[in-house]
Design a protein around this ligand. Structure first.
Ligand code: 1GP
Length: 245
């Protein structure tokens, strides 16, 4: 079982929304996640009504895939996850999401710092305004401003962040353009994560080909249960071929 999210290796994560993932549907999706050897289960969301801890407990009962917390805000912090994304929203200029929240969270995270993955979180505008953009009160980088995305990712790496996450937003009408993903990939040496609006196996293939290391799938897996298995099959093809891009 893969444990290290920072390996530059093609990987697939399933993002579970605590408000949607429960009961039989959670059982079903975690069953298929185990069968196709999904690398990580991510939990979190921009705005949640239900308990993250309950979802993590239930996930652990149902599968042994590592759980990664993707906290949408301070209220979602929990010690229960195996890893915690310490997100800095570097595409925005909201000081709370660049340092303010981190200061508040630091005493809580002090004893579990080995779980933290410092991530440069970059929102790319791919059509409609997404929840994450509204809730974070930041402006996403336009998807045709590749140079801005590259410079932002580079700055994140130079600041010592350990991963870049290019985010179109959950349920985005389009995923991030492959040209932008490829340009960021060509310019950074830390792992590159891509998520938001990915709906088909062919999109997964194109995004891996463009240089993504980790692909995050959320919404579409509910509507299309085959997507997760397809993505993992494509991941395995890339791993077998030894291709890193
Ligand atoms: C959201 O990138 C993730 O943060 C997943 O997005 O739900 O659109 O797959 P989707």
């Amino acid at each position: 079982m893969k444990q290290n999210i920072l390996l530059k290796e093609k990987s697939v994560a399933l993002l579970l929304d605590p408000d949607k993932a429960s009961g039989e549907s959670l059982k079903r999706i975690l069953n298929s996640a185990s069968e196709c050897k999904t690398d990580f289960i991510m939990v979190g969301g921009s705005l949640t009504f239900s308990s993250i801890d309950t979802l993590i407990d239930r996930t652990r009962e149902l599968c042994d895939i590592p759980v990664v917390l993707f906290p949408g805000n301070l209220l979602q912090l929990t010690r229960k996850a195996d890893k915690i994304l310490l997100l800095s929203l570097i595409s925005g200029r909201n000081p709370e999401l660049l340092i303010g929240n981190h200061v508040i969270a630091a005493p809580f995270l002090k004893d579990i710092r080995e779980k933290l993955i410092p991530v440069g979180y970059i929102l790319i505008s791919c059509g409609m305004k997404t929840s994450v953009e509204y809730i974070s009160q930041t402006e996403a980088i336009p998807s045709d401003k590749t140079d801005i995305a590259v410079a932002t990712a580079l700055a994140g790496e130079m600041l010592g962040l350990k991963m870049i996450y290019l985010e179109a937003g959950s349920g985005a009408s389009k995923h991030i353009p492959v040209e932008l993903i490829n340009a960021v990939h060509e310019n950074i040496s830390i792992p590159l994560t891509v998520g938001g609006g990915i709906r088909s196996g062919s999109e997964v293939r194109n995004i891996f080909s463009a240089g993504a290391d980790l692909i995050i799938l959320g919404n579409s897996c509910e509507r299309n249960p085959e997507l997760l298995a397809d993505a993992c099959r494509i991941r395995d093809e890339f791993r077998r071929s030894g291709k890193t891009t």
